[in-house]
Design a protein around this ligand. Sequence first.
Ligand SMILES: *Cc1c(COP(=O)(O)O)cnc(C)c1O
Length: 404
Amino acid sequence: MSQQLSREFLIQLANEYGTPLYVYHAEKIKEQYDKLKGAFGKINARFYYACKALTNINVLKYVNSLGAGVDCVSIYEVKLALKAGFDPKNILYTPNCVDFQEIVAAKDLGVNINIDNISILEQFGNKFGSSYPVCIRLNPHIMAGGNFKISTGHVDSKFGISIHQMRHIERVVKSTKLKVTGVHMHTGSEIKDIGVFLEGLDVMFEITSHFPDLEFIDLGSGFKVPYQPDDPETDVNTLGQKMAVAFKNFEKETGKKLQVWFEPGKYLVSQCGYFVVKTNVVKQTPATVFAGVNSGFNHLIRPMFYEAYHHIENISNPNGPERIYTVVGNICETDTFAWDRKLHEVREGDYLVFYNAGAYGFEMSSNFNSRLKPAEVLVKDSKAHLIRKRDEFEDLLKNQIEVL
Ligand SMILES: *Cc1c(COP(=O)(O)O)cnc(C)c1O
C-alpha cells in the first residue's frame, strides 16, 4: 500500500501551523528507499541520497537511519550531513566548479570525493598522489532528462569530464599516481527510459580497463517519479534485473566485482512532500478565473523555472463542482503555478495542496518580495513535528548592516 497523507490531516496541520506550509511524510521516504533496495537487491548496490533536493536536518537524520548514504554538492551540505550523523565514508561529495580549497576541506573531513574537471584532478593528484582515493565524474554524452535545464549529458554541459578526454585523464592519473576507485556519470533528471541507464553502464564497463583500482561505478540519478496522475515512474525493477545480468556478464569476462552506486534525490523525497497554501483571492478576468494563493515562486519555483507540472487539489472543497482555474501566487512577477487546471470549486479561504513538493521545493525558496519562508513539518509514525519555524520579519534583516 502506497503511503499518503489524507486531506483531513493536511487541513488539520494547516490550521495548526498556518500556511503556506511544507509537510513531509517520513514513511513515504522509507517506502521509496525500500523499493530501490528491492529492485537492485541482486547487485551490490549502494544509494546516496542527493540531498540538494531537501536538506532539513531531520530529513537527513531520517535518511541516515534508513541506512542510505548521502550525495552532497557543496561543502556545507557535507557539513550538514556530518551533523546529521552520517559516517564520512557514507558521504559522497560531487561538486562542480568549486574552489580547490573546498575540495581539500572535504578531503580533511574524510568523505568520498568526485572530481569533475581535469584542472582539479591535476591539482589533487599533485598534492595528494596515491594517499587519498578519488572518483572521477565523466560526461558520457548521453542525452537524457526531462528538459534541457536538467539534462547534464549534452555536449554543452558544464558537468563531468568528457569521455573523449580519456587519454588526458590517464596521463594525469599516471603521472600523479592518483588512485581512482570510482567512475561516475549523471546524465540528468527525470529519465523514463531505462535504456539510458543501461547504455551508460555499458560506457562505464568499457572504461573500467583504464582504472585498475576501480571499486565502484556510480550511475548518478535521474529516476523519475510521477508528477501527473497518469505519469510513468522509472521501472526500477526491470532496470535492476537487466543490470544484474549485465554485471554477471561483466564479472565473467573481467573477473572484477564492482559495486554500483546511485544518487536518488527526487525518487526518495519528491512524493513525501505536500505544499499547502491558502486561497487569498478568486479573481475573474475577461479571459480566465484566477485562484490567487498566499505563496509564489519564492516558495515553489519549479512550475515557473522548469515549466514543471505539480498536481493541485482543493482539499477544502473536495466535493464541489469542477471548474477551470489559473493558479497564481502573490509575487509581483510572472508567478503562475498552473494554467487551466480543473479544481473543485475554489472559494476564498480554501486550502490548496501541491503534490510532489518534497524535492526542490522549500530547498529552492527565497525571500523575494521580502516575503517570509514557510514552515516545515515532518510527519512520522502519524505524529507531526515542526522542523522549521516560519520566518519572521526580523529574519529579513538578520544579516543586513544598517549604516545610514
Ligand atoms: C541533482 C543531482 C542528483 C539527483 O537528481 P534527482 O533528479 O533529484 O534524482 C544526483 N546526482 C547529482 C550529481 C546531482 O547533481
